[in-house]
Design a protein around this ligand. Structure first.
Ligand code: KDO
Length: 336
């Protein structure tokens, strides 16, 4: 905790310095702003497509959009620091990454809290989000413009269903499940009953191919886009996290824009998120039959057993201790 606070304080100093540097820059230049966007996602991921095809054209008059995919510019998990220090203008960030700076963001990364894509949007637009957004802005120099839907995360394994059928968390005992590298992700892996292994997204395919992990968790559109189905044999539809990302934008750049341009940037990010969400939902419903056609076993485990096991792990955890009073109730009240 001490380490994290120190890191946060350093970042907030860096962000403040950058904001005044940005203002000076704006006063003397009228060129288009270059928006470097870095993500571990591929170019064919729906979030990447929507930013390139919906966001970028809407702000092309005053910006040049420069996307970098597959973590090729900034490594997964370092994007927020890169924005804070002025090395990047945009990313598609996660609540789990934000939780490394602000532990209370883990509430949005907790298993079985968000219920649907619509629920994510209602939560993001509710006043309950304001203090969260404000803190990220003030202390990290990052604006969260819109919420993107990644999808329902499921457990995707190399083992065939005959070798291992996953019905309850007990069936995942000893299974080396790749999860992204932050504490919030690793905790979720343990809460599922598995043995979580931290690893960057771009390394998953090879790790599955060589057997250095037994499996990974991601939504079906990602299993298809990243071709994980080529190196795995089953998906247990645990739906343990209705996963989201935020469109993260440099506050220093934002502050240099006119009020009208700011409005255009925000509206463009929301339009991109809406478009990606619609497409991702369509894909989720179509892809079960595609994956079955590829020889995968796709089946539903005992969801009540997973939900209660995961929720029990969070109660009394250090994550739950960081959640502001009453926020979980407000999130639940916005659901179905
Ligand atoms: C992943 O690493 O498993 C993950 O799904 C985590 C998400 O937050 C998101 O960053 C995503 O990867 C990447 O964009 C690649 O799809």
């Amino acid at each position: 905790m001490t380490l994290k606070l120190t890191r946060r304080m350093a970042l907030s100093t860096a962000a403040a310095a950058l904001m005044s540097a940005g203002a000076a820059f704006a006063a003397s230049h009228s060129d288009k702003v270059t928006l470097r966007m870095s993500t571990p996602a591929s170019e064919t991921d729906q979030r990447s497509i929507a930013l390139a095809e919906v966001f970028a054209p809407e702000v092309a008059e005053f910006t040049t959009y420069e996307p970098h995919y597959n973590g090729s510019l900034i490594a997964q998990g370092s994007e927020l620091e890169a924005i804070a220090s002025g090395d990047l203008e945009m990313s598609i960030t996660s609540a789990q990454e934000l939780a490394t700076f602000f532990p209370e963001f883990s509430i949005f990364a907790t298993g079985y809290v968000h219920q649907s894509a619509e629920h994510q949007v209602a939560v993001f637009n509710d006043e309950l989000m304001e203090p969260f957004k404000q803190k990220v802005e003030d202390e990290l120099g990052v604006k969260l413009l819109a919420v993107m839907y990644l999808g329902k995360r499921h457990v995707n394994l190399r083992q065939t269903k005959d070798e291992l059928t996953v019905m309850t968390p007990d069936d995942l005992a000893g299974v080396n499940l790749r999860m992204p590298g932050t504490d919030a992700w690793q905790f979720l892996g343990k809460a599922l009953g598995a043995n979580p292994t931290p690893m960057a997204f771009t390394e998953i395919y090879t790790a599955l191919q060589t057997g250095s992990v037994d499996g990974q968790d991601n939504p079906l559109p990602t299993v298809v886009d990243a071709k994980f189905y080529e190196v795995t044999n089953q998906v247990a539809l645990t739906a343990h996290l209705v996963d989201l990302n935020y469109v993260a934008f440099s506050k220093a750049v934002w502050d240099d824009l006119s009020a009208e341009q700011q409005q255009q940037v925000e509206a463009a990010a929301v339009a991109a998120a809406d478009s990606a969400r619609a497409r991702q939902l369509e894909l989720e419903s179509e892809l079960v039959s595609f994956l079955e056609g590829e020889g995968m076993a796709i089946y539903e485990p005992d969801l009540a057993a997973f939900r209660s096991h995961v929720q029990e792990q969070y109660v009394g955890s250090e994550f739950a201790a960081s959640w502001p009073e009453g926020v979980l109730d407000k999130i639940n009240a916005l659901g179905n």
